[in-house]
Design a protein around this ligand. Sequence first.
Ligand SMILES: C[S@@+](CC[C@H](N)C(=O)[O-])C[C@H]1O[C@@H](n2cnc3c(N)ncnc32)[C@H](O)[C@@H]1O
Length: 225
Amino acid sequence: MSESESQVWDAVDAYFTDRLSPDDEVTAAALRDSEAAGLPSISVTANQGKLLQLFAEIQGARAILEIGTLGGYSTIWMARALPADGRLISLEYDPRHAEVAVRNIARAGLDKVVEVRVGAALESLPLLADENPPPFDLVFIDADKANNPHYLEWALKLTSVGSLIVVDNVVRGGRVVDADSDTGDVRGTRAAIELIAAHPRLSGTAIQTVGAKGYDGFALARVLA
Ligand SMILES: C[S@@+](CC[C@H](N)C(=O)[O-])C[C@H]1O[C@@H](n2cnc3c(N)ncnc32)[C@H](O)[C@@H]1O
């Protein structure tokens, strides 16, 4: 990517965001407080947050599962699509991130519908499954990419026909095509793509994106049975 290309991507992102999905006081404050608390700037962008919100609305979601909370920015976008008696469970490994997220979510007035659970997601997921929750209508996977195939398997256990699973950051600046990569995130991402391709209960695709957060993309998979 040349510098001028990336400037155009940024400008187009800014234009779309300004017209279609601007941050309001609450989402802007969530980003501001996350940054002030020293959290890394790796949340989704506003237009991606709006896309997640639209997915939740299209799904008519009553229950959403998120793996990877950070400061709760994507959480807020998605939870805003839920009815008052809806539920969003977000799993976060780092207690410091979870603490910031809980504050941001409370300020958004979403603390009645959102629950942040602290711990490694691969430990939290079996505990969640033991509770026999109603199927999640939308699952957003956005944590440690090396575990993406495991998160997909858990998502399949916790969803039902018609549920939608979104896996973020599947392009990694193009590194996803490196079949010989020895990095965990590329291997995990490729394993997740292969799993979606081969799984009889999943129909999926993946889309490349450019914009304010560079060159990346997301995979979408619909649960078929
Ligand atoms: C990309 S950030 C999530 C961004 C967030 N979804 C957003 O867009 O606002 C990834 C988060 O996953 C968390 N994480 C990393 N490994 C994890 C694990 N094993 N279990 C749960 N969370 C994990 C990180 O601490 C980080 O907060």
